[in-house]
Design a protein around this ligand. Structure first.
Ligand SMILES: *[C@@H]1O[C@H](CO)[C@@H](O)[C@H](O)[C@H]1NC(C)=O
Ligand SMILES: *[C@@H]1O[C@H](CO)[C@@H](O)[C@H](O)[C@H]1NC(C)=O
Ligand SMILES: *[C@@H]1O[C@H](CO)[C@@H](O)[C@H](O)[C@H]1NC(C)=O
Ligand SMILES: *[C@@H]1O[C@H](CO)[C@@H](O)[C@H](O)[C@H]1NC(C)=O
Ligand SMILES: *[C@@H]1O[C@H](CO)[C@@H](O)[C@H](O)[C@H]1NC(C)=O
Ligand SMILES: *[C@@H]1O[C@H](CO)[C@@H](O)[C@H](O)[C@H]1NC(C)=O
Length: 325
């Protein structure tokens, strides 16, 4: 299709404008659910209305009881086959997901597979050889695809090992399903991408996936710019959300993450909850709401967690002195 020069220039200007405000609402947003046992009351924040979140995953095969009152049509649970079972012929994942669909009343329509299989256990990866993963996929994922469930390729790290791992995985998978000298390929319905770094790196990483897996739909299932100042983190959030929303081949995305700033492994400013458990600006924007103005380091009373203990003690002592007067 031809674009007139003025329209093309206008499109380019929008595409590269770094100051574009983040979009408030999007149906593509989901929750990468990483609850902390000490703050379970936070779990309901993500589904308290108004919330834009339409789907979630919890790195597991079974849904969370805290969300079980919500139908799939409202808040879709996406099971994940996290890693390799001790026996590669184990089909527990398949049995569990089939059970959800057939007996559990949970209309599972998408599954995710293998969390960072090219990463070490120490870094949260599932550390699997492509050939082993292929065998587990054939045993557990292909039967679900036959039931109409859409499956995501394994979600590799954002590092350079990811795409070669996936290519090796697909080639091993093809060997397992090819019979009688006729090459068959394993099919997938979307790629699942992780990224930690700046926006230019994210866009370039997505471009590498487009080149390696032509025409594939994308889910960005973990992403952030980690360990940056608040302004940089918010600008990254806005630019990437606007980018994902604009691209039709990006079906879904999940910002990492949904936790308090004091237990964040991506730096305090990348957390959607403050140390006191309130939504930060990014947390609120992600849910489709206006900014809260809550600093990520703010404690439950609105004090900044960064205030040294000594200073707080001095305030306490001063207060006590006033009360004693
Ligand atoms: C991000 O987007 C929000 C609106 O969604 C806007 O209020 C804010 O100023 C933007 N921040 C940056 C740094 O672009
Ligand atoms: C959960 O929260 C507690 C209390 O803040 C913290 O000590 C612990 O490290 C957190 N666990 C994880 C896995 O983040
Ligand atoms: C399951 O969800 C899909 C996709 O939303 C829908 O097309 C289908 O009708 C649903 N099936 C049931 C039994 O609700
Ligand atoms: C299988 O995938 C390979 C590598 O992407 C490709 O070259 C080949 O044409 C595919 N074969 C079939 C039968 O789809
Ligand atoms: C690209 O994807 C679309 C939508 O899934 C499909 O209709 C089309 O045939 C695909 N094209 C190629 C070249 O695979
Ligand atoms: C933080 O959350 C607490 C408990 O939900 C609430 O009482 C308080 O008003 C919130 N503070 C801010 C600054 O939003």
């Amino acid at each position: 299709m031809l674009l007139c020069a003025a329209a093309a220039a206008a499109w380019l200007a929008t595409a590269i404008s770094p100051a574009a405000a983040g979009p408030l609402a999007s149906p593509k947003r989901g929750l990468a659910f990483t609850p902390n046992a000490t703050t379970r009351a936070d779990d309901s924040i993500w589904v308290t209305q108004p919330s834009d979140l339409t789907w979630y995953y919890n790195y597991k095969s079974s849904p969370e009881s805290v969300f079980s009152h919500l139908p799939q049509s409202q808040f879709e649970f996406v099971p994940m086959l996290w890693g390799a079972p001790s026996s590669l012929d184990d089909t527990t994942f398949l049995t569990t997901v089939k059970g959800l669909i057939q007996d559990g009343g949970v209309n599972v329509t998408h599954v995710l597979s293998f969390n960072e299989p090219d990463g070490s256990f120490a870094d949260g990866g599932s550390n699997i050889e492509p050939a082993a993963a292929a065998r587990v996929w054939v045993n557990n994922i292909i039967p679900l695809q036959k039931l109409g469930v859409r499956a995501g390729l394994p979600s590799c790290t954002g590092g350079t090992t990811g795409i070669p791992w996936l290519q090796s995985f697909l080639s091993e998978c093809s060997k397992l399903v090819s019979t009688g000298g006729k090459t068959q390929n394993c099919s997938y319905d979307f790629v699942a991408i992780h990224w930690y770094g700046n926006f230019e790196g994210l866009a370039s990483h997505m471009g590498e996936y487009s080149a390696a897996f032509p025409n594939a739909s994308m889910w960005i299932t973990e992403y952030n710019i980690d360990n940056q100042d608040l302004a940089t983190t918010q600008a990254f959030y806005n630019t990437s959300a606007e980018y994902f929303d604009r691209l039709d081949f990006v079906e879904r995305y999940a910002y990492f993450g949904a936790f308090r700033s004091d237990v964040s492994n991506v730096g305090p400013n990348g957390a959607m909850l403050s140390a006191g458990g309130n939504l930060t600006d990014i947390g609120a924007w992600y849910l489709g709401r206006p900014a809260t103005g809550v600093s990520p380091t703010a404690g439950s009373l609105g004090f900044r967690a960064a205030v040294p203990r000594g200073a707080m003690a001095a305030v306490g002592a001063a207060l006590a002195a006033v009360l004693l007067l």
